[in-house]
Write a new protein. Structure first.
Length: 415
C-alpha cells in the first residue's frame, strides 16, 4: 500500500492557506501497489482497550478506510457529505491535491469509490467543497480554478466505477479561493480566501444559486480584509434585533468579524472580535441555538505553545460578543475544522485525530472530551499532518473523516 507520511515544520507565518509563508520538510515513504477501488479495511474494527486495529481510540470504532492509492493522489484535504433525498443513499465528497472524489457510503463497511472530478487547472494542497441541494461546489487555491459545479444526481444511474467525471458548470468570476460556504436557506454560496487584490480584498463573494449550475455574482464584502473561512446562517438566536437576518461570521486571520449580509448591496459590520494570544484565526461554528460561536485558532499551539485551544464566544448580543470560555485539550496537536451536532463538537485535530467534545453545559463553561479516533497513530505532535476535516451529519450516524496522509475513513460511535 502506498502511504504518504507528511511532516510539516513551521517557523514563520503559517496556516492552512498557501497565502502564508511556509517552511516545510517533507518525508515520503512510498510502497507501490496496484490501486483498487476497494477499501483497505472491510468490516467494523471495534475500539477495544484503546485501539481499533492500529488506531488509538476512545468510544469510536473504525468502520472503513480507503487509502490515497485508491484515488491516485498524494494528499487529502477537505470533506463533506450529501444524502440523496430520493434514494436515501449517503455519499462522501473528499478533496485531494489533484481533484475531488465521490464515495458511496450507504453500505459503510463496504464503501464504493465512484470516481474523481479532476482539478479545473493545476494541483493544490487546498481544496474545499460544500453542497447545495443536489449540487457540489468545489473551490481550490489552484490558480484560475474558479468554482466547479457538479450534479450529484448523476450517481442515481452510475455504472462502471470508478469514473473520471467532468463538471456540469464552472464559475470563473474568481480565480483561486481557499474555501466556500453555503447558506442553503437563502440559496447563496460564499467563496472566501480569494486573491487579496481582487475587488473584495480577499474577503467574501456573494454567489446567487437560483440557477445552481450557473452561479451569478450578487456582490461581496471585503472591508474587514482577507477571510480565511466563515459560517453563514439565517439567524435564529437570542438577539431579537436580528431574528431572520443572514449573518456572516468570518475568521479573518487576526480577528473574528460579524456582518449582517441580509442586504447584499449594503452589508453592515456588527462586531469585530479580537482575542488574547492570536496566532491565526482559522474557523468556527455556531451552536445549534446560535448562542455560542466555537472558534479554532490554527497557529496558537505553534506560536504560543498551548495545548489544543478552542475559544467560545457568547453571541447573545451580536453587536457585543464576549469571550465566554477557553477549552484546552489533552494534547499539543493543532486544531483545524470543527462542527457542531446538537450537544457534540467534532474537532479535526490534525495529529490527534478527531476529538469529540460534549458542549451540553457550555453555558456554565463546561466542555468535556468524551471520545476520539486518531487516524494518525505516529504521534500527537504540533505539526500539520493527520486529520484535515470531519463530517458528522449523516442520518446513519456514520462519521466521515479526511486524513492528509492516509486518505478516507469512516468511524462510528461504539455501541
Amino acid at each position: 500500500m502506498k502511504k504518504l507520511l507528511w511532516v510539516l515544520t513551521f517557523y514563520l507565518l503559517l496556516g492552512c492557506s498557501s497565502d502564508d509563508t511556509i517552511d516545510a520538510d517533507l518525508e515520503n515513504e512510498l510502497e507501490e501497489e496496484t490501486p483498487t477501488n476497494l477499501p483497505d479495511e472491510v468490516g467494523t474494527v471495534p475500539c477495544e482497550n484503546g485501539l481499533a486495529g492500529i488506531y488509538p481510540c476512545n468510544g469510536y470504532d473504525l468502520v472503513a478506510h480507503m487509502s490515497l492509492d485508491i484515488f491516485s493522489a498524494d494528499e487529502a484535504n477537505d470533506i463533506w457529505g450529501w444524502t440523496d433525498t430520493e434514494t436515501g443513499k449517503e455519499y462522501a465528497i473528499m478533496g485531494l491535491d489533484n481533484g475531488t472524489v465521490f464515495i458511496d457510503v450507504s453500505n459503510a463497511e463496504n464503501p464504493v469509490y465512484l470516481g474523481k472530478l479532476p482539478t479545473a487547472t493545476s494541483a493544490s494542497s487546498w481544496r474545499d467543497v460544500k453542497v447545495f441541494e443536489d449540487y457540489a461546489y468545489v473551490v481550490s487555491e489552484a490558480n484560475d480554478h474558479g468554482v466547479q459545479v457538479f450534479d450529484l444526481k448523476r450517481f442515481r444511474n452510475i455504472a462502471n466505477v470508478p469514473q473520471e467525471f467532468t463538471a456540469d458548470g464552472r464559475y470563473t468570476g474568481l480565480g483561486n479561493a481557499h474555501n466556500i460556504v453555503i447558506n442553503e436557506t437563502t440559496a447563496f454560496a460564499y467563496p472566501v480566501g480569494t486573491d487579496r487584490d481582487d475587488e473584495f480584498n480577499g474577503g467574501v463573494h456573494f454567489l446567487d444559486l437560483q440557477n445552481p449550475v450557473e452561479p451569478s455574482l450578487a456582490g461581496g464584502w471585503g472591508l474587514n480584509g482577507y477571510t480565511h473561512d466563515a459560517q453563514v446562517i439565517t439567524y435564529n438566536g437570542p438577539d431579537a434585533d436580528f431574528q431572520g437576518a443572514e449573518i456572516f461570521v468570518g475568521a479573518n486571520e487576526d480577528l473574528v468579524v460579524v456582518v449582517d449580509i441580509s442586504d447584499k448591496n449594503a452589508p453592515v459590520t456588527l462586531a469585530t472580535l479580537p482575542y488574547p494570544n492570536i496566532g491565526y484565526t482559522h474557523q468556527g461554528w455556531f451552536t445549534d441555538d446560535h448562542r455560542y460561536f466555537i472558534l479554532g485558532d490554527e497557529l496558537d499551539e505553534v506560536r504560543q505553545g498551548f495545548q489544543t485551544r478552542t475559544l467560545i464566544f457568547d453571541m447573545a448580543d451580536l453587536q457585543n460578543p464576549v469571550l465566554h470560555h477557553t477549552y484546552l485539550g489533552p494534547t499539543s496537536a493543532i486544531d483545524h475544522n470543527g462542527y457542531v451536532l446538537q450537544d457534540d463538537f467534532f474537532l479535526a485535530n490534525y495529529t490527534a485525530g478527531v476529538r469529540i467534545l460534549d458542549i451540553s453545559d457550555i453555558e456554565n463553561s463546561v466542555v468535556v472530551e468524551t471520545g476520539y479516533f486518531d487516524t494518525y497513530p505516529e504521534n500527537d505532535n504540533t505539526q500539520f499532518a493527520g486529520v484535515w476535516s470531519v463530517y458528522p451529519y449523516f442520518e446513519s450516524a456514520n462519521i466521515i473523516v479526511s486524513d492528509i496522509n492516509s486518505g478516507f475513513f469512516i468511524i462510528k460511535k461504539s455501541n
